[in-house]
Structures are given as C-alpha cells and as structure tokens.
Design a protein around this ligand. Sequence first.
Ligand code: 2DT
Length: 211
Amino acid sequence: NDRENCSRGALIVVEGLDRSGKTSQSCKLLSYLDGQGYSVESWRFPDRSTCVGEMISSYLTNKSQLDDRTIHLLFSANRWEKRSLMESKLKKGITLIVDRYSYSGVAFSSAKGLDIEWCKAPEIGLLAPDLVLYLDIPSEKAAERGGYGGERYEQLEFQKEVAKRYQILQDTSWKIIDACLPIEDVEKQMKELVVDSIVTCQKGKPLSQLW
Ligand code: 2DT
C-alpha cells in the first residue's frame, strides 16, 4: 500500500564518551528491533573497512601521524563516502543504528583546539539524524570502567574536553540518557525512544540535512 511505499527508516545515532556503553547498547538495540520485526542495520563511524577508513585506523592506533585538520577531513570523507548508501537504505525503509557520527567528528577535533564552526563545515549536507541518543557519563566514571584501550584520544583529560564540546553540540534531535543507570534501564529508555522515532519517520517525517 501507499504507506508502505513511502515509509522510510529512521537514522538513529548513538553518541557518548569512550566507555559510555555505546557499542554494547547499539548491539542490544539491534537485536531487540530485529526481534520485533523491524528492518534495521547497525553501522559505525569511523568505518575502518574503506581506504579512507584504513588511514583513519592507522592514525588512531598511532601507526601514522596526521595534521589535525587533515585527519578531521578524513573522518568527514569517511561519512561522505557512505552518504548515498545511507540514503538509499533509509528510503528502502531500513532503520540505521549508527555508533558515532558527525557529533564525534566535531567534538573530538574541536577538543584539540580547532574552531568549532570550521569543524562543522565539512559535515554540511550529510543526512541529519532523526534521533541522537547521548549516553551521558562523567569522564571519571567512564575511565573507571575497565580502563581505556591504547588508542589515541583514550585519555581522561582529553575526554573531559570532548564532553564539553558534546554539550555545545546538543540540539533538538538529542535525548540525553544517564549512562550510569543499570544497563537494563538504559536499554529500556533507548528502546522506547527509538521505536517512537521509527513511528514518526514511518508517518512521513522528511529526511533532513546537517547542519
Ligand atoms: P571508536 O573507538 O568508536 O571506533 O572511535 N572520532 C570518531 C573522531 O575523532 N572523529 C570522528 O568523526 C569519529 C566518527 C572517536 C574511534 C575514535 O575516533 C574518534 C574515537
């Protein structure tokens, strides 16, 4: 029927500091929605599987050095190279759960001291999320959670700067989730918000663009 023909999937983004629980919560969300019969895929940025993604990965693991603006533009390019696929999936009715997106891009680069407006510019024209689930956790608490790995950026002082930038970036698409609550509570809140967002998109909410 008509409704099915035009109904699109929702673009859901999960953001938060390292160790805030983004990846495990995204997994839970995926299997829940899948079990409920929604058509859904799980994505993540950086997508390390592309050529650009390999350059990013080598930078993150300290195997290469890049100028701050250069790496910023590579992260952005890594989203641009996926933009058309993202749009076609959404238009086919597939909901995407995306672990990190432009907000990580701007928060991490501007935390190094780059101008925030400069950081936002290359993101202009990428698809805007329908919902951003921000897993809110104090940097100290996150650091206590089994510690960080060895990648660049996984340091307490830097994460504190990132948290400040995330605050500046909040907009009406954001829902702040207290990531210190028990895992099941976080999960429940996320499920409800996502299902609401999927319904709104099915009802014809248009896709929009950053920024
Ligand atoms: P993961 O540990 O989630 O793979 O992230 N980052 C990420 C940026 O600096 N800019 C971006 O645009 C994105 C998407 C955050 C790897 C690290 O890369 C940072 C953590």
